[in-house]
Write a protein that binds this ligand. Structure first.
Ligand code: ZN
Length: 136
């Protein structure tokens, strides 16, 4: 599929600094790197290829605080929300050494889902529920 109107709207969220904003005329914000790029990744259109990935990563890395964590904007204090979504964005952007690949749908490490969704685990859950009902 080609680049859609939605793709273009998302692509235009990337600012000269490499970060993304949530809407026109707003400053780039760490968390929007997640919201925008994960959406492009989910759409799986050509729009993803129009993003300057290196600039997006550099923007996020520059939001690090010496105290730890990531801040929304330069000069802000780091917080859990922006640290979480900033790291998740780096995972989706494929930043080496930050974390494994992050699933753009769930915002979880890509390999954590099969652990919960395996047939074996579902069978174990069903067996436990049946056993509990039998005891009652
Ligand atoms: Zn934010």
């Amino acid at each position: 599929m080609g680049v859609t109107d939605l793709d273009w709207w998302l692509i235009e969220r990337q600012q000269e600094c490499g970060g993304f904003n949530g809407r026109p005329e707003k400053a780039a914000d760490t968390c929007y790197s997640w919201w925008v790029y994960s959406t492009l990744a989910l759409l799986n259109h050509k729009g993803k290829e129009c993003i300057d990935i290196a600039a997006a990563r550099d923007f996020l890395i520059a939001r690090q605080s010496l105290r730890g964590g990531l801040a929304a904007h330069p000069g802000d204090s780091p917080d859990l929300f922006h640290t979480h979504f900033g790291l998740a964005a780096l995972g989706v952007l494929g930043h080496e050494g930050i974390c494994c690949n992050v699933d753009p749908l769930t915002c979880l490490p890509g390999d954590s889902l099969p652990l919960h969704m395996t047939k074996e685990n579902k069978t174990k859950q069903r067996t436990r529920r049946t056993a509990r009902r039998t005891l009652v």
